[in-house]
Every structure is written in C-alpha cells, then in structure tokens.
Design a protein around this ligand. Structure first.
Ligand code: UTP
Length: 413
C-alpha cells in the first residue's frame, strides 16, 4: 500500500489517540520498524475504531421479553397472490435493493478465504455466491428488471471476493448492478481489553460485526446510489444461507400492504434449544433475542394453544425501509463481546496461535436494529424451502445438511 505523507497521522497524534483508550503498548516496537511499517501502523491506528473498547456490554436483556405473534405460512398463503403483485410492482419501479452481508470470517466453517467462494457442488462446481445469484436471478427474471446488489466485505476478504466474482463474470448478473463496500474493523483484545498485536507493526483486528452495515454503506458512498436510484427498501441477508430468497416479492408486498416499516423472515425452530435468534417483544416493541439470552424457562414456555411461546427463529433476512434506516443511523447499537482465539505476539515478540479462546472480538449485530424500527412484521417461511445455512464443517447447519436441502429443492449439485 502506497501511503501519502499528508494522509498519515503523526506519532504524537497516534500516542494521543491510544492514550485515550489505555492502549499505548501498541507502539512498543515502533522504533524497530522500517519507515514503511511505521506508516502502516500509524495508518491502522488512525483507521481503527477503538470506541468499542470503552463501551459497556450489551444491557438490552434487562427489559422484559414477551412473545410476539407472527404472520404464519397459512396467513400469508391466503393473500400471496396480492402480496406478490404488490412486491413485483415495487421491484419493477426500482424501489427494492439487496444487501449481501459477506464481511464475516466464517471461522466455524474454517475455509480459507470468503465463505461465498466455497464450492458446495458434488458433480459440478456450484459456489455459495452462485447459489445466491441464481436465487436473485429468479426474481429479476420474473420482474423483468435487475435489482442493485450491494455486497459488504471486510479488509480480510475484500480483494478475494471482488476478484472471484469478476473472474466468474458475476455468475451472469450484470456488473453495473453490483456494488462492493467494506465494513469497519474493530481491535481484538485480551480479557482485560488490551489490544493484541498480530505482528510488531499490526494490531490484531476483526470485522466489527454485521450491525455496522448501514453506516459503512453511508461512509463508502453506497447510500448515494440508493438515494439517486430511488430505492425505498433494502433486503439485507446473510451470505451462508444457500436457499436464501432475495427480494422475495411476496415478502416485500406483505410488508408494504400491511403498513410495516420493516420485516423479518422467520422459521419455526427445529427444537426449543436451536441456536437461532428469536423474534419477541422487548419492553413491548418487536425485537430479537439472541439464543444465549433465552433462559431454559423461556425456551420451554408454552402458549395457551400448546405451541412454544418463543418459536419463531430469525434467518437473517430483513426488509428495511430506507427512510427509517436513515432516521436511526445515529443510534448506538449494543456491543457484543465474543470470546475468540486471537493470534498474537507475546511479550518476547513471538507469534502465538492459541488453541483455546484468549480474548474478545467486539461486534454490533443487525438483529439489534429491529427494535429501533417503529414496527416489524415477523413473516414465516417454510424452513425446508428457505433455510439451509452453511455454518459448520460437519453436523448441524453444515455443508452436508445444506447439500441435502438443496437437492430436496431440486438444485442439481
Ligand atoms: P455469522 O454470525 O455466522 O459469522 O455471520 P461469520 O463470521 O460468518 O462466521 P463464524 O461465526 O466466524 O463462523 C452471519 C452473517 O453476517 C455476516 C457474515 O458474513 C454472514 O453473512 N457478517 C458477520 C458480516 O458481514 N460481518 C461481520 O463482521 C460478521
């Protein structure tokens, strides 16, 4: 990276910034570095957001959590034709955009490089990105109009994501409708919240969670495209659900017709302990509770009709009104601290790759945005048709289970 002298913060400015967060040790090896390494470190100090280190942990759990009613598959089926027609009209008028969150590290899957470039095919190549683009093409063909697709990457996977998709000619999607932007990075720390160094000239960082996507869209200029193109709704979704329906016209139409400002696709949980966020009300407003916040009592709680009270899991597929997103843009999202294995250099300057978690990464999550909207429509979908996440190498939510579900849905692998 070629940095211009005037673009880089001075050593004094760096010291001042670090001192404010009690992180001066980041400069421990500064005098040993080459000029290029010094510039790179100063640049990283300037770009890194240390604010999460001084924030308190998420306290959202303190407000009372109660069950929420969802629009069930049966409810939706009754009006599906009307919803679809409203949704297709919105797409035809250019009012819908898609945002693919692909900045994660995919540590559980343990693949080298971005998750989207994972080849899930058996007898032929079929990449995760390809599955998603095929699903989007189903809708654009029906609407006879392309949809702008914004792809969020991070420092760790940006180049490989862009070059892969270019090499594959965007799997037939027109390049001018694809826009990349990078999310911010947050420092990774030990248990005392002291930043780890991954080398003498580099702070250990990781992507700051999927909650910062809208701010990153603003910072990268993507919001100008959204506004100039008249996009009113953004369908934001995860990279790893290969059955993900993108800009589903029935979903868009249902949210519009019923006057909601946001919607969340939900599925019935496979069992009360399934590790998915759950739609609920928190302090009375629609919200999402992370699976680890649900007590055993809540997991097993039943409604008078005998159904589980907290049974609608989210699949990270949201429809969000752009005006509302802009209104809540400045709101602070709660901070989530996730225990992780963080490679670092020790006191002696040796590189260590820990086999057990040794600290925290700091994340904000998109699911925390939902309760900032005036309302949210919980929109149930059939899980076997729309939920095939690739999270783990084997077992639950793995490549194997996703393959089985793809085959069930008629996809040739
Ligand atoms: P996950 O919570 O599954 O995280 O992300 P991950 O990083 O992909 O995987 P693990 O936990 O390390 O195994 C859910 C979605 O949010 C995106 C991911 O790319 C995925 O689409 N994400 C996650 C981001 O875009 N940025 C992040 O910082 C984290």
């Amino acid at each position: 990276m070629q940095l211009k002298e005037e673009d880089i913060m001075t050593l004094d400015e760096a010291k001042q910034k670090l001192q404010g967060y009690d992180q001066l040790h980041v400069l421990k090896y500064f005098n040993e570095l080459t000029d290029t390494e010094k510039d790179e470190l100063l640049n990283q100090i300037e770009e890194t957001d240390f604010e999460p280190l001084s924030k308190k942990k998420n306290d959202a759990a303190k407000r009372e959590i109660t069950p929420i009613d969802a629009y069930t598959v049966e409810d939706i089926a009754k009006n599906a034709i009307e919803y679809e027609s409203i949704g297709l009209d919105a797409i035809k008028e250019g009012k819908a955009g898609a945002v693919l969150l692909a900045g994660g590290m995919g540590t559980r899957l343990g693949c080298d490089g971005p998750k989207g470039i994972y080849n899930i095919g058996l007898t032929k190549e079929l990449y995760i990105f390809e599955c998603l683009i095929n699903n989007l093409l189903d809708v654009t063909k029906k609407a006879d109009r392309y949809i702008h697709l914004f792809i969020m990457t991070s420092d760790k996977n940006h180049e490989s994501t862009v070059s892969f998709l270019k090499e594959k000619d965007f799997f037939g999607y027109p390049e001018k409708f694809v826009h990349f932007f990078k999310q911010e990075m947050a420092p990774a720390t030990d248990y005392e919240r002291h930043v780890y160094m991954e080398s003498k000239c580099r702070i250990a960082t990781s992507p700051n969670g999927n909650g910062g996507w809208f701010i990153s869209m603003r910072k990268s200029g993507m919001l100008d495209i959204v506004e100039n193109e008249g996009i009113e709704w953004l369908n934001t979704f995860a990279v790893d659900n290969v059955l993900q329906r993108i800009c589903d016209p029935v979903f868009i139409g249902a949210v519009i017709k019923n006057g909601f400002s946001s919607g969340s696709k939900v599925i019935r949980k496979a069992d009360p302990s399934e590790k998915v966020g759950v739609m609920c009300r928190r302090g009375g407003v629609p919200s999402i509770v992370e699976y680890y916040e649900l007590t055993d009592e809540m997991k097993d709680a039943k409604l008078p009709n005998g159904e589980y009270a907290y049974n609608f899991g989210v699949i990270l597929n949201y429809l969000l009104n752009v005006k509302e997103l802009i209104r809540i843009e400045g709101n602070n999202l709660p901070l989530h601290m996730v225990e992780k294995k963080i490679p670092y250099i020790n006191e002696a300057g040796e590189f260590i790759e820990p086999s057990e978690p040794n600290g925290y990464k700091f994340e904000s999550l998109i699911l925390d945005m939902i309760e900032m909207f005036p309302d949210c429509m919980p929109f149930e979908v059939v899980r076997e048709k729309e939920f095939a996440p690739v999270k783990n190498k084997t077992g639950v939510d793995s490549v194997d289970t996703a393959r089985q579900l793809l085959i069930k849905n008629g996809v040739v692998l």
